[in-house]
Design a protein around this ligand. Sequence first.
Ligand SMILES: [Zn+2]
Ligand SMILES: [Zn+2]
Length: 194
Amino acid sequence: MNIYFEQGLKEEALFIENAVFSVYQTTGILVQEDRSRYLRYNQAVGGYEPGGLPKMLSLTLTAKDLFNSNSISAEDDYLYGFANQCAWVSVCRLRSKNDRPVLEVEIDEPMYSQRLEHVAIHELGHIAVRDQKHFREYIITNKTTRHQTNTGEHCTDKRCVMSQFDDLKFLDEHIDKRYPKYFCLQCQASIRIS
Ligand SMILES: [Zn+2]
Ligand SMILES: [Zn+2]
């Protein structure tokens, strides 16, 4: 499986390659490539949404701020990654202290690595976990504006890497409570990456 990364993200790509190998036993081939041709710029939110993603298993690491298709709220609709037949991870907000899009890493190295690992395993899990009968649609509601963001189907086991998280604070707490082997038994039983 190819792991694509933009210029400046080689260290992150190497780290993710290791994590992917240890969890999915699949070898990642690192390729430096700007894959923005598969994204569409959304002016309303000042970020990028999927636009004709390739139908081939891969993981792409980008510093661009990623959004849902047809996003309208820059404050609510951003994503740390997404997956369809290919998985994407954005470092743009994972680097930050408070969910803002940033250019530099603002947190300590172990925390950054843990977030990267979690999101990469999670996004690939959307492809690799074949039996998703125990998944449920997940909707985040902004407490002030009531704006709703649908982040799709996720595992209902809150300790599983495939459960959804609302923000970075939630993500960091989730990482602490997560199963040592990442997945719940139900997800684990149907993992197949190919
Ligand atoms: Zn997800
Ligand atoms: Zn699960």
